[in-house]
Design a protein around this ligand. Structure first.
Ligand code: COA
Length: 260
């Protein structure tokens, strides 16, 4: 993997951990984090050893405290629009073909929450706090929040989060369905890695196609979605991994997947 200034990548078996590494700035997303995030995801996408990705923030206080507010000065509507029309970190995560888990270890604000929303699963520590505080800065979400949040937790709850800018705690996030699991801070990493490793053991192509099918659900009508599901389901039957499952079953052993 390349060396990056604002992010680190660690590989543990078939799980990669991408850490936003600006703890002194609460891991706020500046332009370099976006650029390096996009580049790193491209490398991780092509790395056959990586089957699941975990994204987190460095330090114990913050996952990501939103966009880097110090970069707001001097921005014009045109520069902001260009920035968000380019390939963004948010969209690169959304388009990443392998499962992505956001491990939320503290403040998850603004663009940080939008980034977590672009992931497939979200797990957090008991001290995590979530908000879309853009409204308090006289602006609104630009990283997908207004679209992904209501699809995940429903319009009424999303509307309250957007319009008040208030923080919600981990228990409320769990009740809303914003996060899948809440753990004591000391257990967050171990529990997340356990979940990631469990997913990483599955057949890689089936994982990717399942992810594609589920994501299609909120982007299509039911008939189109059901047709897409059948096509993707059929592709699974062409894989070596599917044959391996049958052989392993007959030979009474654990399957070993090669991702082909
Ligand atoms: N952009 C740039 N810098 C940020 C930042 C952001 N979004 N959030 C925090 N920081 C920086 C602070 O400026 C401070 O830097 P400094 O030590 O050089 O002064 C450092 O991170 C620590 O933050 P601080 O505010 O001292 O910590 P805190 O524990 O008192 O409060 C927060 C933490 C997250 C509640 C608070 O920093 C905050 O409200 N940040 C802005 C969140 C926001 O509105 N994000 C949405 C942007 S659209």
């Amino acid at each position: 993997m390349s060396n990056y200034e604002t992010i680190t990548i660690e590989k543990r078996g078939n799980v990669a951990i991408l850490t936003i590494n600006r703890p002194d700035k609460m891991n706020a997303l500046n332009k370099m984090v976006h650029a390096e995030g996009v580049a790193a995801l491209d490398e991780l996408r092509r790395d056959g050893e990586v089957r699941v990705l975990v994204i987190t923030g460095a330090g114990e206080k913050s996952f990501i405290a939103g966009a880097d507010i110090s970069e707001f000065e001097g921005q014009t509507p045109v520069t902001q629009r260009d920035l968000f029309h380019e390939e963004t970190f948010f969209n690169s995560i959304d388009a990443f073909p392998k499962p992505v888990i956001a491990m939320v270890n503290g403040f998850c604000l603004g663009g940080g929450n939008e980034l977590a929303l672009a992931c497939d699963l979200r797990v957090c520590s008991e001290n995590a706090r979530f908000a879309q505080p853009e409204i308090n800065l006289g602006i609104m979400c630009g990283g997908g929040g207004t679209q992904r949040l209501p699809r995940l937790i429903g319009e009424g709850r999303a509307m309250e989060i957007m319009l008040t800018g208030d923080m919600i705690d981990a228990e409320t996030a769990l009740r809303f369905g914003l996060v899948n699991h809440v753990y004591p801070a000391a257990e967050l990493e171990a529990k997340t890695m356990e979940l990631a490793a469990r997913i990483a053991e599955k057949a890689p192509i089936a994982l990717q196609l399942s992810k594609e099918a589920v994501k299609f659900a909120s982007r299509s009508n039911l008939d189109e979605g059901l047709r897409r599901e059948i096509d993707l389901f059929a592709i699974c039957f062409s894989t070596e991994d599917k044959k391996e499952v049958v052989s392993a079953f007959l030979e009474k052993r654990k399957p070993v997947f090669n991702g082909r």
